[in-house]
Design a protein around this ligand. Structure first.
Ligand SMILES: [Zn+2]
Length: 328
């Protein structure tokens, strides 16, 4: 049922774009008419011609007059473009600037859904899924490298590198050329924080991102697969979104169903050149034991980021306790 709601909402958003593009065009026209009297006059003449033509409908020479009007419109249009350029405006300044040039923000091309409509449906589906996520978005600004200060210099440098790589990944994200990332390291070292900071930047830039723990997503897929929630389309969304973030990989309950789902998701995304980020607390041997070589070899083809440090949440708690003690 919610898929229909998503479809209706996507159509509503696209219609809103169309109305907004038309309103902007009207505003530009009013502005130009006030600024350039020649254009206001051209506009007036054009309207008068249309009115006089309307009166001749049904008469003998109707066809002839329509032809003349078309010629007149064409030359008026050319003149209008010339005047705009003379006044320093782009020649298409008074055209309606639709966001989608394929469908002029109608959502359909030749009766079929336009790619912008399909994309909007995907964005809305991802939003809906993320609303049920166990995770909340983070930002690079709230990530502090000071928690890694006590590490040996080479490990500290590596953490600085990882931070910079993640920031650059987020800001230079490209659907087909961005790497897959595998973040490895103990709990509380910042893997989730950095992944969700990447998600925040991508969402701000209009990409569709899905982020959740693997356990939560697998539970949804199971419910849909075994018919307890038959109207969901989680698998499609996981395969189609621009970036998929799978957190806490390895803590889910592994069954033959989850193994096959994980393989399908990772393999399909690699084949479709759609990036993913996987975070895990497990070491390579444990991953191999849990998922086998087939999944492991696909996972380890990603760019690997090894996290170092002491549990940040634990460090924060110690700091809080110390400052409380100092106050009392
Ligand atoms: Zn379109």
């Amino acid at each position: 049922m919610y898929q229909k709601a998503i479809y209706d909402e996507a159509i509503r958003r696209i219609q809103e774009r169309r109305i907004s593009a038309q309103k902007q065009q009207e505003t530009r026209t009013d502005q130009i008419r006030a600024k350039i009297p020649e254009i206001a006059e051209l506009d007036r003449q054009l309207r008068n011609t249309c009115l006089s033509l309307a009166k001749t409908f049904g008469t003998k020479d109707c066809k002839e007059r329509i032809k003349k009007l078309e010629q007149y419109c064409e030359s008026a249009e050319n003149m209008l473009r010339r005047i705009l350029v003379q006044h320093g405006y782009p020649e298409n300044y008074l055209d309606t600037q639709y966001l989608c040039p394929h469908c002029n923000d109608t959502g359909f091309v030749g009766g079929k859904p336009c790619e912008c409509l399909i994309r909007e449906i995907g964005m809305l589906g991802a939003e809906k899924l993320n609303a049920q996520s166990q995770l909340s978005l983070c930002s690079f600004n709230s990530f502090s490298l000071s928690y890694y200060n006590n590490l040996p210099p080479e490990e500290y440098r590596e953490m600085c590198n990882i931070f910079e790589k993640c920031r650059s990944y987020a800001h230079n994200f490209n659907l087909h050329t961005s790497d897959n990332i595998l973040m490895i390291g103990n709990t509380g070292l910042g893997k989730t924080h950095l992944s969700l900071s990447i998600a925040t930047v991508l969402l701000q830039n209009g990409f569709s991102v899905i982020y959740d723990s693997v356990g939560n997503l697998m539970h949804k897929l199971e419910m849909e697969h075994f018919g307890k929630n038959s109207d969901g389309n989680t698998l499609d969304l996981l395969l189609e979104c621009d970036l998929l973030i799978l957190d806490d990989f390895g803590t889910e309950f592994v069954t033959s169903f989850t193994k096959s789902m994980i393989y399908t998701i990772i393999n399909s995304r690699i084949n479709a050149e759609k990036p993913f980020i996987v975070n895990t607390n497990l070491v390579e041997e444990d991953l191999q034991e849990q998922y086998g070589n087939r999944i492991l070899s696909r996972l380890f083809s990603a760019c690997i980021m090894q996290f170092y440090g002491r549990d940040i949440r634990q460090q924060k708690r110690i700091q809080q306790n110390r400052s409380q003690e100092a106050r009392t």
